[in-house]
Design a protein around this ligand. Sequence first.
Ligand SMILES: NC(=O)c1ccc[n+]([C@@H]2O[C@H](COP(=O)([O-])OP(=O)(O)OC[C@H]3O[C@@H](n4cnc5c(N)ncnc54)[C@H](OP(=O)(O)O)[C@@H]3O)[C@@H](O)[C@H]2O)c1
Length: 329
Amino acid sequence: MRVAVLGATGLVGREMLKVLEQREFALDDIVLLASERSAGTEVTFCGKKHTVRAVDDDSFKGVDVALFSAGGSTSRRWAPIAAASGAVVVDNSSAWRMDPTVPLVVPEVNPEDIRENKGIIANPNCSTIQAVVALYPLHRKAGLEYVSYSTYQSVSGTGKEALETLEAGSRDVLAGNEPSGALVYPHPIAFELLPHIGAFGEDGVTDEEWKMVRESQKIMHLPDLRVSCTTVRVPVFRGHGEAIVAKFRDPISPEEAREILRNAPGVDVQDEPGASVYPRPRYCEGKDAVYVGRIRRDTGIDNALALWVVADNLRKGAALNAVQIAELL
Ligand SMILES: NC(=O)c1ccc[n+]([C@@H]2O[C@H](COP(=O)([O-])OP(=O)(O)OC[C@H]3O[C@@H](n4cnc5c(N)ncnc54)[C@H](OP(=O)(O)O)[C@@H]3O)[C@@H](O)[C@H]2O)c1
C-alpha cells in the first residue's frame, strides 16, 4: 500500500499525516508532495524524515491511494493524472464534489457511495461534514424536511496563512494599532465577524453557502431537502461551530434526539439542559468526534429542533474524514 499526500506541507496535509500515524493506517510507503515552493522540505512521519517533492507527471506511479489537499486548481490538474496512473484520489478541495460521477462521502452517512468511484472520491466541505454527521441519524428517525445553518467558522479553514493573519492582527489590536498581516479576507479578521466566505454570486449567496446546501442534499441523498444558510468567519483559530434548526416530517422530542445522537457513529453529545455544558471549539481541538449540544425544541417552527454543533475542521472536517474514506477503500 503506497499512499501519496499532495499538499503535505499545508494545515490539512500535516493533519492527514498525524491521523494516518495515530490510526496506524496500514501503509508500506508514503510519498509527500507539494509545490516547487516547499520541495526539499523535510517532514517527519512515523519517526522517519521524508523529503517533500514537487508534484509532477511521475509522482503517482505505483501509488494506491492519493490524499489531496492542495486547493481546487491543483486538484483539477492532478487528480485525473493520478487516477489514470491507477491511484484512487480522495480530494479535499471543492473541485469534484458536485460532479455526478464523483462520490461525495462522509463514512458515517453514505459509506456505500464509494463503490461507484471512477478513481476520484470527494471529501465534503468541513462545515457540511459536521452538520450531516449530526443530522443524518435524526433524519433516519423523523424525516428531515428543512434545515437552516448559521456557521461560525474558524480561520484554520482558510489555511496556514490565515492563522498567522489572526495572530498578528490580534497582537496589533491589543497594542492599540490597526491589524496588520496578509489580507487573507476582504477585511482584517482580528476581533471581527465576516459574513462572507467564498465569492458572492449574483443571487447574493456565497459559494460556501451553496456548498452547504448542495453537498447536504447529495451526501444524505435528499435532492429536495430545503436548506437555508449563512456562513460567517469568526476570529477563532481552530474548530467550527454551527447553529442548526432542523424541521422534520414526524414529531421528535429533544429527549429522543439526545438518545439517538448518543448512539450515533462519530457523535458525542455534550448537553445538560440548564447547565453550562455545551460543545466549544477549544475543547474539540485535535479530537475526532462531532460534538452536539443545546438540543431543544425550536421556538418558531413545529416539529423542529435547534442544535449547536462543533467539530475540529482540520480533523473530522478534512483530514480524518479523508483517512476514513481511505480505510473504507
Ligand atoms: N483547512 C480546512 O479546514 C479545510 C477543510 C476542508 C478542505 N480544505 C481544503 O484542503 C485544501 C488545503 O487546505 P489547507 O488549509 O491545508 O491549505 P494550506 O495550509 O494553505 O496548504 C496548502 C497546501 O497545498 C500545496 N499547494 C498549493 N498550491 C500547490 C500547487 N500548485 N501544486 C502543488 N501543491 C500546492 C501547498 O504546498 P506549498 O507548501 O508548496 O505551498 C500546501 O501544502 C484546500 O483545497 C481546502 O479548500 C481545507
